[in-house]
Each structure stands twice: as structure tokens, then as C-alpha cells.
Design a protein around this ligand. Structure first.
Ligand code: ADP
Ligand code: MG
Length: 994
């Protein structure tokens, strides 16, 4: 049975169109997000590992080496089972620093463009046999199925379509750095197809060829040598070598790296892959021995490698053949596409961009996209050329092994990146070159077949095909030895040390705090527009700001450092780490610090710990909870605390500090002390510069109100160096205490004056009564008109004295009577009425009218009599200050818990400079005899007794600069609205203004 070429072309094109379709509908967003983001998709897409060789070649391997073929699966299983210590750290590095390939990692870790370039070149050399293998598999299958010799043309067509696919779906989102969902989904579908094809064929063999498991058992019993041949060579060297090789390939092979790390949507998917991928491969490998035995049983004409095809042909089943063909093509195309993409990115970052950077006038993203497409085309065409060069004379296994041994040379580098911070670039490059040279001479040259007679004895051995594992071990051993020796005997640069720490698993990255020379994101843009062009620079800075959730107005040094790091990572994702580093070091360098003051970036370490804490276990987790506890203690300390680095950068700003200063910690931590708001800036800066450790009662005016603070400071050493000393500052708010103190002094004074007044009044009272009686007697007894008049005047004066005495006694009493305060609902309206009617009885009213606008429904709690006294005092002051015939208004304002009484006049107003002294006893501006200066003092003490407050506004009218308003707030009586019977303020006709 054989197929028509056009038939096969049709099938191939249909299949590849299906692939395009899968990718296209995904990119269009027609596949639901939960499928795309599902771990299964990720695991299946990793199935790209099983390329054409897994599909065809392993059968050949099984035939040749028996169970050794399992090494292909077991190697990668080993790598994925070790995911937590091997793959997760790599994933972390690739994500954090946006490294897209192994070459990127090496260039980043060893801070060397050369490391990247060499890796790229070697990777290219290693991948070419692998790509050629895929093309050859496709060509071979076509040849086997059609028995025609035009397979090269068809294989070329296959290459072209694959090329288009890679160009279309692998070079999207260059600017946004999104993942290639379409590509991933298509590759996952391919894995499903491969798996299903394998299982179908295995099943058909088991049930059709052998008539079920029993038939198979019988056949195996008869042909026992088949089974023993599977077991036999297990002890030999190839087994272990193969295992190691496939183990390494799972990490370093460009297609695996790309799928596992670049297209990873969620780090947790790696956990699923650590068992999912081994399971997938196990299921795939189940069919391999069946296919081998089936092929042997049917005695197909095909070589063991193509048994899977030969079975369909031998059974005369076109469907089975087509399934095998499509399965093989899906295996080949998936691997080719992903490998090509990965290689094109490597070449771009490490061969093209270091040599030529696009002019800034063009759109860099578009340039990158098209260059990448060109590279894809070049790689696929070169692979095709390589395939033609080999003239299809190599079996698949040979090609695969050559490719895998080459990639094995990168394993020492990967392990050193993760676990050996002392490794340096010289060691890496020397080791790699040594290993690759051995590989080149012992494996690649023999492959191309031009060289099979080298005079050296040991190479002669390695050229014989059975001892390839010897060549493998030699190259790897030479590589490792040179790597270690050179690394240990040469120094490592500071830059490299930092990068090593960033990559290392054991060492917690401790970034240092340095200052970026630019001071704002805008300046970042300006500077970067020189190497990148304005459009790209703007877009990149915006992207980085967006990633970090920062605003364009950010000025904090801490934030700018993060921005620079982020830009470096993002640019590295775009153009590779070497170019990104070069651009940033040149255009956005760190400031050179004269005294090399570099300390750890505490903020960053903290933030990162916050992000990572769920991953910490054991001692680390305990230490972290301890850290959190201490941190919380500081944060919630009921006292304002902040700490500063030696350069004045704020490292901590606790809650109480936020509360006291009204400055939020989020925007302050990481900025310099000299960038915070006044008055705190001057307060703290002067204190920091001050030599004394404590400052007492510093007065600050905050929004018009005076505040007092005590300041304390202590030094903290940030690192071991004694000179690196930061400060911790404690801010003690004394305002309340200070106010209390002032009040206490005032009340004290009032009380003592009260006592004095009472004594004086008492002492003067008696003689005054005597004088009064005598004067009255004199008036009645004397006939002399003059004498009567004098007596009248004496009486007048004594009346005045007794009035003053009266108010003194009044004042003295109110100073002591807080216990006798009666508390009841009081209507301010009624109090005001009372007060105005009392005042209007007076003769010296000068036509002043009092207007009572109080709301009769509002009630306060207090002593009606005393409150009436307050109103009288205020009204009489207002009257005294007002011109003739003026109006004084009284009104109330209701608040939820208080009532404010306002007494407004249109008088002279109160000058600023006497306002502080108004409430002092005996302070008066009135002429002698007119005022006692006790009125407001009394008001003050009564209102205080009522837990009320007094505020003064003067002038009321800003234009005429006249008028005074006294506002008194008193606690509201809560039931005032449903209170119906109002208790009238008890009339006290003797009451008089003092
Ligand atoms: P006295 O009225 O005996 O002078 P007070 O304690 O009642 O004492 O008032 C103290 C001072 O406050 C007054 O002398 C006056 O200068 C000023 N004062 C009080 N109320 C007013 C007002 N409504 N307008 C202008 N000045 C006022
Ligand atoms: Mg007065």
C-alpha cells in the first residue's frame, strides 16, 4: 500500500491549517480564559519536548538499546520532579529579571555579553541537528508513505508553513510582553494529537495484531529473546549517560526553556507540571514497546524507527498510517516552531543587538518584530540546508544524540548560576568552550561525515558510533573541570557578585541603596529617548510605572531605584540583558558616591519579603514571623516614631507618626527628609542636625493652632560598619498636656483670686455698711443743702462700691461652686429673654436693642441661672462696645451633640494683641470705675463648668473691621425635641452684669 503525493500534501496542509486555526481563535479571544490559563494547557504545551524523535526515534532506541529508551522519558521526569530546587529558582530569575532564554540568563549572571553570545552560537550549533532531525522525520515519513523521492520538496513546503506559523504567532506582543496564548494553545493541542495517535496505534496493535493481552503474552512466550533483549544492556554506560543527557535537555533545550519559563502564566503551574509532564510522557511511552513488538511481529519493511508508520502500511490500513503520519508531523512541527522562536530571540539579543542597534527615529518595536521574523526564516532555512547537507544519511538517533550532548554542556552553567555564587565569567566561558570543542571534534564533525580519520588515538575511539557516551562524558568532564579550576583561580567582579547573589538560591538578594542620577520619571523618559527614541522611551517608562503601580510624579529615591530596576528588566525582556544593562549604565547611571556609602535597601527587602513570605518554611518562616511581630510592634507603637538612613532617606514612618503629622507613610517611606511637608521638614531637619539628643517643648503652629512636641533621637547602625549610622526619632506630642497645664494655671489663679475677693469683700463690707448708714443719717439730719448733697454723693459712691463688692462675691462664689451646679434642661431662648429684660431695665442703655433670635425648641444641659449670668455679661460687654442705637443679636445653631450660642455686636471689635488676656480676671480696657475686668473671667469659669467652649471672632465684618462675635458651645440636651414642658430659667432679679 502506498499513498499519493497529492493526498499527503492535502493532509499535511489540512493539519497545518488546523494548527493555524487553533492559534488564531485563541488570539482572537474565542477560547475561554480559564482554558488558556489552566495548568493542563501549560503541562500539555510542555509536551513539545516529545518531538519527532520521541515519536519515531525511541522505537529505534528500544530496538537498539532495549529499555534504555526509557531514559528519554525518565531524564525529563527527573528534572521535573526536582522542580522546586531546579526549575522554580530558574523561573523566579526569568520572571524577576525578564530573561527570555538560557543565553539571557548567562549574560545576566556572568555580566558578560560574551557569555550570551557564545551560548547563542553553541545553542545554534546544537539545535541545528535537532531541527534537521524534525525535517528529516517529516521527509522520511513522506518517503515511506509515498515511495516517491520528491520528499525534499514536500519537506521544504512543510518548512515554509512552519515558518509562517512561527512568524505569525511567535512574534506578537513584543511591545506589551504578553505571553503567546495562541502559540501555547496550538502546541498543547499538538501534544494531545501526538498522545492520541500513539495510544490509538498502541491499542490497535494490542487488540488487532496480538488479539489482546493474552495474545501478546503468548507471542512473548514464544519469542522470549525479544523481551530479554529489552533488559540486556541496562548495565552499560549509555543508560546513565542518556539519563543525564535527557535530564539536562529538559532545562536547557531552547524549546523546553521557552515553554517552561517564557510562556508560564503562573508559577504554581510548575507544581502541576512537576507531576503532569512525567505522567504525560509515561502514558506516551506505554505504546513504545507495543509498537516495537508489533513491528517485529508484522515483519514490516520499515526500519525500527519508522515501525509506527510501517505497521499501518503492513496492516493495509490507510487510517492508521494517516494517524501515525499526522502524529509524527505534529511532533515535528511543534518542536521546530518553538525551537526556532527561542533561537531567534537568542540571536536577536546576543548576536544582532550588541552589534547593531536600530536608529531611534524608527519604531523599535516594529523593527524588532520584523528582524525577529527574518531570523525565524533564516533559522528554518538553515536547518533545511543542514538537513540537505546530511543527505538523509544519518539515522534519527544519531542526530538527536549529537544535539542533546551539545546542550548538556550548558548544565554546569545552570547549576552554577543557581548554586555556586563563586563561579565567574572566565570559568564559565572557558569551560563551555572546552566542552563544546570536545563535542565538535568528537561528535559534530563525524556526523557531517567529512572527517573520520584523525590521527590522535583517543579521538579515533570516539568516532566509532558505539562509544558516543564516552565522548559525552569526556566533553562534560572537561567542561566542569575547566569551569571550576578557572573560576577558583580568577577574581570575580563586584557587578558579577551582585548578579550571582540575585540568581543564587541560597543567598537572599540584598540590594544596595544607591541614588539614581535622574530625579523624576519624566527625566527617565528624556534620557532614554536618546538611545531608544521618544516613542519607545515614553512607552517603556509608562509600562514600568504601570508594572510598579507608581505615578509619573514619583520623586522618592526609593521609587526611582525600583523604576530603574524595572526598566532594566523590561528592556532586558525586549532586547536582552546585555543591551539593557549597557543602555541603563550609560544613560541612567547611579550617582557616584564619594564615600562609597552603600547600604542595604531595607524597604525593598521588606517589600520582597512581604511578597514571598508564603513560600518561607521552617526557620525562615519563624524568623519572618518574628520580623513581622517586631514590625507590627513598631508600626502600632502609640508614639510617633520614624527612622532615617544616614543619607536622610526615611526608612520607617509608623502609624502614630502618620496620625500626628497627617503625612501618610506609603508616600513618605523611601523619600528624603527634605521632601516632606512643612512644618515637619524644618522641625525634623533641625533636630537631625542638632547635636543634642533631646529637644523639649518645640512649638509648632499647625493650621493656626499651637502644638508642642518633645523630640528624642538615637542612632542605629544599619550595617556592621560603625559609620553607617541611621537615626530613630521619637516625637512626643505635648499639646494636650500643655493645654491642660495652661488651664490648670488659669483655674488656680481664678480660685485664688476668688478667695482673695471673698476676703476683701467681707472685710470691706462691714465698714461700708457703716459708711452707708452714717451718710444716710447725715442726709436726714442735716439741713444744710450742701451737706445733704455731699451725703447723697457719698451714698452714690458706696452704692458703687457695694456693686463692685457684690460682683466680687459673685465671682468668688462661682469659682468654688462646681459642686452646687444644678444640671437640668435649659432653654437658651428663655435665658436670653431673661437677660435682655434685665438689661433693658438699666438707664444707661443708649438706645441699644437686643434681638433674641434663639430657637425656643433647643435645649442644653446646665444651670439656667449661671447661663443667664453668662449671657448678661456678654450682652453688657457688647452694649459697652457698641455705638448708640446699635443692635446686638443673639442666636443659636444646633449640632448633633451641641448647641452654639452666638452673640454678635457691631461694636469696636477686639484688637488681636489683647485677645489672649481677655479671660484674665481684672483685665479691662474700660476706664476706672466702669469695668471690673471680671465679666469674661466669670463667663470662662462658668462655661468650663458646663464642659463648653468659647470662641471669639473679631472683626465680624471684614470690610468695616467692626463687630465681635462670642460663640459658646454647650452640650445639647438630647431629649430636647420631645421635651414639652420647659422649665423656665428661674428669675433672679438681682442679677447684674459684672
Ligand atoms: P469689663 O467688661 O469689666 O471690662 P470683661 O471681662 O467683661 O471686663 O471684658 C474684658 C474686656 O474685653 C473689656 O474691657 C473689653 O475691652 C473687651 N471686650 C469684651 N467684650 C467685648 C465686645 N463685645 N466688643 C469689644 N470689646 C469687648
Ligand atoms: Mg464686662
Amino acid at each position: 500500500m502506498s499513498f499519493d503525493l497529492s493526498q499527503l500534501t492535502g493532509i499535511s496542509i489540512a493539519y497545518l491549517l488546523f494548527l493555524f486555526g487553533c492559534a488564531w481563535v485563541t488570539e482572537k479571544g474565542w477560547i475561554p480564559e480559564r482554558f488558556i490559563a489552566h495548568p493542563l494547557t501549560y503541562v500539555l504545551s510542555l509536551g513539545v519536548y516529545a518531538g519527532a524523535w520521541a515519536f519515531f526515534g525511541t522505537i529505534g532506541l528500544a530496538h537498539q538499546f532495549g529499555f534504555v529508551f526509557l531514559a528519554y522519558y525518565l531524564g525529563i521526569c527527573g528534572a521535573y520532579l526536582l522542580a522546586p530546587v531546579l526549575l522554580s529558582p530558574i523561573l523566579r530569575i526569568t520572571r524577576t529579571y525578564q530573561l527570555g532564554s538560557l543565553a539571557d540568563i548567562f549574560a545576566f549572571r556572568f555580566r558578560s555579553t560574551w557569555a550570551g553570545t557564545l551560548t547563542t552560537i553553541f545553542m545554534l550549533l546544537a539545535a541545528l541537528p535537532l531541527l534537521a532531525l524534525q525535517i528529516q522525520a517529516v521527509a522520511d515519513t513522506i518517503h515511506i508513505m509515498t515511495m516517491e523521492s520528491s520528499q525534499d520538496r514536500l519537506a521544504f513546503g512543510f518548512c515554509l508553513i512552519i515558518m509562517l506559523f512561527a512568524m505569525a504567532f511567535g512574534t506578537r506582543h513584543i511591545a506589551t510582553r504578553e505571553k503567546h496564548h495562541g502559540l501555547v494553545f496550538a502546541i498543547a493541542m499538538e501534544s494531545v494529537i501526538k498522545l492520541v495517535a500513539m495510544l490509538i496505534i498502541g491499542g490497535v496493535i494490542l487488540f488487532e495484531v496480538f488479539d489482546g493481552p493474552q495474545g501478546l503474552q503468548q507471542w512473548l512466550d514464544i519469542n522470549a529473546e525479544v523481551l530479554t533483549s529489552l533488559h540486556a544492556p541496562l548495565q552499560d554506560g549509555p543508560w546513565r549517560t542518556l539519563l543525564l543527557m535527557f535530564f539536562a535537555s529538559a532545562i536547557v533545550m531552547p524549546h523546553m526553556f521557552h515553554m517552561a519559563f517564557n510562556e508560564n502564566l503562573n508559577p504554581r503551574h510548575l507544581n502541576a507540571a512537576s507531576w503532569g509532564l512525567p505522567l504525560f510522557l509515561l502514558v506516551m511511552s506505554i505504546s513504545a514497546p507495543l509498537i516495537l513488538w508489533g513491528g517485529l511481529r508484522l515483519e514490516t519493511s520499515a526500519v525500527p524507527e519508522y515501525f509506527i508508520l510501517g505497521i499501518g502500511l503492513a496492516m493495509e490500513s490507510p487510517a492508521l498510517s494517516i494517524i501515525a503520519y499526522v502524529g509524527g508531523m505534529s511532533a515535528a512541527s511543534g518542536l521546530t516552531i518553538v525551537t526556532t522562536l527561542a533561537l531567534s530571540a537568542m540571536i536577536m539579543n546576543h548576536l544582532v543587538l550588541p552589534v547593531y542597534q536600530p536608529p531611534t527615529s524608527i519604531n523599535i518595536y516594529r523593527w524588532l518584530k520584523w528582524t525577529k521574523r527574518l531570523l525565524i526564516a533564516a533559522i528554518i532555512l538553515t536547518s533545511y540546508g543542514f538537513y540537505r547537507l546530511l543527505k538523509a544519511q544519518q539515522d534519527l538517533t544519531n542526530l538527536a544524540i549529537v544535539a542533546f550532548v551539545a546542550t548538556l554542556q550548558f548544565l554546569p552553567g545552570v547549576l552554577a548560576t543557581l548554586y555556586w555564587p563563586q563561579a565567574n565569567r572566565k570559568g564559565f566561558i572557558c569551560g563551555l568552550v572546552t566542552g563544546m570543542t570536545v563535542w565538535f571534534v568528537t561528535m559534530l564533525i563525524p556526523l557531517t561525515g567529512n572527517l573520520d580519520a584523525i590521527d590522535l588515538y583517543w579521538i579515533q575511539i570516539s568516532l566509532t558510533s558505539n562509544t558516543w557516551h564516552w565522548a559525552t562524558l569526556t566533553s562534560l568532564a572537561a567542561n566542569i573541570l575547566v569551569f571550576i579550576l578557572v573560576s577558583m583561580s580568577s577574581p570575580i567582579s563586584r557587578e558579577e557578585e551582585n548578579a550571582a547573589e540575585a540568581c543564587s538560591v541560597q543567598i537572599l538578594d540584598r540590594p544596595s541603596r544607591r541614588t539614581v542620577s535622574a530625579t523624576s520619571p519624566k527625566e527617565f523618559q528624556e534620557r532614554l529617548s536618546q538611545p531608544l527614541g521618544t516613542y519607545t522611551a515614553q512607552r517603556e517608562v509608562a509600562q514600568a510605572l504601570n508594572d510598579l503601580k507608581m505615578s509619573i510624579n514619583e520623586r522618592r529615591p526609593y521609587a526611582l531605584r525600583r523604576l530603574r530596576d524595572r526598566l532594566e528588566a523590561n528592556l532586558s525582556g525586549l532586547m536582552g540583558p546585555s543591551v539593557a544593562q549597557e543602555i541603563l549604565n550609560r544613560w541612567l547611571p547611579y550617582e557616584e558616591q564619594a564615600d562609597a556609602y552603600i547600604t542595604e535597601d531595607i524597604n525593598f527587602i521588606e517589600n520582597r519579603l512581604e511578597d514571598y513570605h508564603y513560600r518561607l518554611t521552617g526557620l525562615a518562616a519563624e524568623l519572618d514571623s518574628l520580623r513581622r511581630y517586631h514590625r507590627r510592634t513598631l508600626q502600632n507603637l502609640p508614639m510617633a516614631v520614624c527612622s532615617l538612613g544616614r543619607d536622610g532617606e526615611i526608612l520607617m514612618w509608623n502609624r502614630a507618626m502618620e496620625h500626628t503629622t497627617g503625612i501618610s507613610g506609603n508616600n513618605t517611606v523611601g523619600s528624603r527628609l527634605d521632601s516632606i511637608d512643612e512644618p515637619w521638614r524644618s522641625l525634623l531637619s533641625t533636630f537631625v542636625d542638632d547635636s543634642s539628643r533631646h529637644q523639649h517643648k518645640q512649638k509648632l503652629t499647625i493650621s493656626g493652632h499651637p502644638h508642642w512636641f518633645n523630640l528624642h533621637k538615637a542612632t542605629i547602625s544599619e550595617s556592621k560598619a560603625e559609620t553607617d549610622q541611621g537615626l530613630v526619632i521619637l516625637l512626643e506630642d505635648l499639646t494636650d498636656t500643655q493645654m491642660l497645664e495652661a488651664k490648670l494655671i488659669h483655674s488656680e489663679r481664678l480660685a485664688s483670686i476668688g478667695r482673695l475677693a471673698a476676703g476683701v469683700a467681707h472685710e470691706i463690707g462691714n465698714p461700708l455698711t457703716g459708711v452707708d448708714c452714717l451718710a444716710q443719717e447725715l442726709r436726714t439730719l442735716s439741713d444744710d443743702q450742701d451737706t445733704r448733697e455731699v451725703a447723697e454723693q457719698i451714698l452714690d459712691q458706696t452704692k458703687r462700691i457695694s456693686r463692685i463688692l457684690h460682683s466680687l462675691i459673685n465671682f468668688a462664689h462661682s469659682g468654688q461652686t462646681s459642686e452646687s451646679l444644678t444640671i437640668e434642661p435649659v432653654s437658651l431662648y428663655q435665658c436670653s429673654n431673661e437677660a435682655t429684660s434685665l438689661l433693658s431695665l438699666r438707664k444707661d442703655n443708649r438706645g441699644i436693642r437686643f434681638v433674641n433670635n434663639c430657637n425656643p425648641d433647643l435645649l442644653v444641659t446646665g444651670d439656667p441661672q449661671k447661663l443667664t449670668q453668662v449671657i448678661i455679661n456678654l450682652l453688657s460687654n457688647a452694649r459697652d462696645a457698641s455705638p448708640e442705637n446699635a443692635i446686638v443679636t443673639i442666636n443659636t445653631i444646633a449640632w448633633e451633640h451641641s448647641i452654639t450660642l452666638e452673640i454678635t455686636d457691631n461694636g469696636s471689635g477686639i484688637p488681636e494683641h489683647i485677645r489672649d488676656r481677655l479671660f484674665e480676671p481684672f483685665f479691662t480696657t474700660k476706664e476706672a470705675g466702669k469695668g471690673t475686668g471680671l465679666g469674661l473671667a466669670l463667663v470662662y469659669s462658668i462655661i468650663e463648668e458646663h464642659f463648653g467652649t468659647i470662641t471669639i471672632q473679631s472683626p465680624v465684618d471684614e470690610q468695616t473691621h467692626r463687630g465681635t462675635r462670642f460663640s459658646i458651645s454647650l452640650p445639647r440636651h438630647m431629649a430636647d425635641l420631645n421635651q414639652t414642658t420647659l422649665k423656665p430659667a428661674s428669675a433672679h432679679r438681682d442679677m447684674e452684669a459684672v
